[in-house]
Design a protein. Structure first.
Length: 124
């Protein structure tokens, strides 16, 4: 456009779709260059910014309220499951795994209702 300066604005829908792809596929951020029209560094930057701002936690809360209103959370039956994963290049947030001979790792615990709707997720 005549008179416009700087970079084009980032389309947040493309950024959200790329973040969703990374979280679902477990691919690395730099692998996004083949899957998105937005630079991988921009996508990761927005992801970090949204995480620190609590956007994902708030979205989860809103979706749980919506789910409860539409289908109802089954409070009579829930399940909790956990998984240990290696984190060889983890930062200070990781610790020695009790089952991995002291290797650095993280544990994810997921709480769901009868239909498998995620009620809570904790990563330690």
């Amino acid at each position: 456009m005549p008179g416009s300066r700087g970079r084009k604005p980032t389309l947040l829908r493309l950024v959200f779709d790329a973040i969703d792809y990374v979280l679902r596929s477990d691919c690395q951020w730099h692998a996004l260059t083949r899957h998105a029209y937005v630079p991988a560094s921009t996508i990761h930057g927005v992801y970090s910014k949204w995480g620190k701002a609590g956007v994902f936690a708030r979205a989860w809360q809103v979706l749980l309220v919506y789910y409860d209103q539409k289908l109802g959370i089954d409070w009579q039956w829930q399940t909790l499951d956990g998984a240990m994963t290696k984190a060889p290049v983890g930062d200070e947030a990781t610790g020695p795994s009790p089952v991995g001979r002291g290797q650095r790792g993280t544990k994810g615990s997921l709480w769901t209702d009868r239909r498998g709707a995620p009620l809570s997720l904790v990563v330690t």
